[in-house]
Design a protein around this ligand. Structure first.
Ligand SMILES: Cc1cc2nc3c(=O)[nH]c(=O)nc-3n(C[C@H](O)[C@H](O)[C@H](O)COP(=O)(O)O)c2cc1C
Length: 172
C-alpha cells in the first residue's frame, strides 16, 4: 500500500482511451468495501462516460475544471445525508479508495471538489451536478473522481514529505 500511496499523483490529463469494463467494475467494488460508521454505507455513485454530459459537468466549478470534458470516466460520489451523521467521512473514504484502486490498476485519477463549491453559472456546484444528473435531494454530492489512463507521468511522492513533527507520541 505504501508503494501505491507514493506513486499516486493527481492526474488531470488523460489519453483518449476508455477504461475497460473489468477495471470500472473493480473501481466500483473497491468503493463499497471500505470502512464506514456503523456499517450504514450511505454512498451512491453515478458513472459517466457520455462526452456531452462530461462537457456540461466541466462547468460544475468556477473557474471550470477544464480536464473534466476530456476525462474518459467520471465517478460522481453521492451520500445519503439522512442515513448517518458520518456521511461525509464515509463518502470521502469511498472516493479515496477509488483513487487508490485506480492507481493499482494503472489508471490516473483526480478528485474534483463539489461540496461547498460554486459553479461557473453562479449555482452551487452541488446544484449544477444535481440538475444535470437528476440527483434526488436526499443525496449530497461530495465529489467527482475523474479517472482515465494518464497522459504522461508525475514524480512520485517521497518519504521525505513525511513530517515527523506531526507525529506525537503518548501525549501531544
Ligand atoms: C478534498 C479534496 C479536494 C480536491 N479538490 C480538487 C479540485 O477541485 N480540483 C482539482 O483539480 N484537484 C483537487 N484535489 C486534488 C488535490 O489538488 C491534490 O490531491 C493535491 O494537490 C496533492 O497532489 P497529489 O494528489 O498529486 O498528491 C482535491 C483533493 C482533495 C483530497
Amino acid at each position: 500500500m505504501l508503494e501505491t500511496l507514493l506513486t499516486r499523483r493527481s492526474c488531470r490529463k488523460f489519453i483518449d482511451k476508455a477504461v475497460e469494463a473489468e477495471k470500472k467494475e473493480k473501481l466500483l467494488q473497491a468503493a463499497q468495501l471500505g470502512p464506514t460508521g456503523r456499517t450504514i454505507r450511505p454512498w451512491e455513485f453515478v458513472v459517466i462516460e457520455n462526452k456531452e454530459t462530461l462537457q456540461k459537468l466541466g462547468d460544475c466549478r468556477k473557474p471550470n475544471q477544464p480536464f473534466l470534458p476530456e476525462t474518459p470516466l467520471a465517478i460522481v460520489v453521492l451520500a445519503n445525508t439522512q442515513a448517518t451523521d458520518t456521511w461525509i467521512e464515509d463518502a470521502a473514504i469511498a472516493a479515496v479508495i477509488i483513487q487508490l484502486e485506480a492507481e493499482k490498476l494503472g489508471l490516473g485519477s483526480c478528485w474534483v471538489q463539489i461540496r461547498l463549491r460554486e459553479s461557473n453559472q453562479g449555482l452551487s456546484s452541488e446544484e449544477h451536478v444535481r440538475k444535470l444528473l437528476g440527483i434526488p435531494e436526499h443525496l449530497a454530492v461530495l465529489s467527482i473522481i475523474a479517472v482515465g489512463y494518464p497522459a504522461g507521468t508525475k514524480p512520485a511522492h517521497t518519504l521525505a514529505e513525511v513530517e515527523q513533527a506531526k507525529i506525537h507520541t503518548e501525549t501531544y
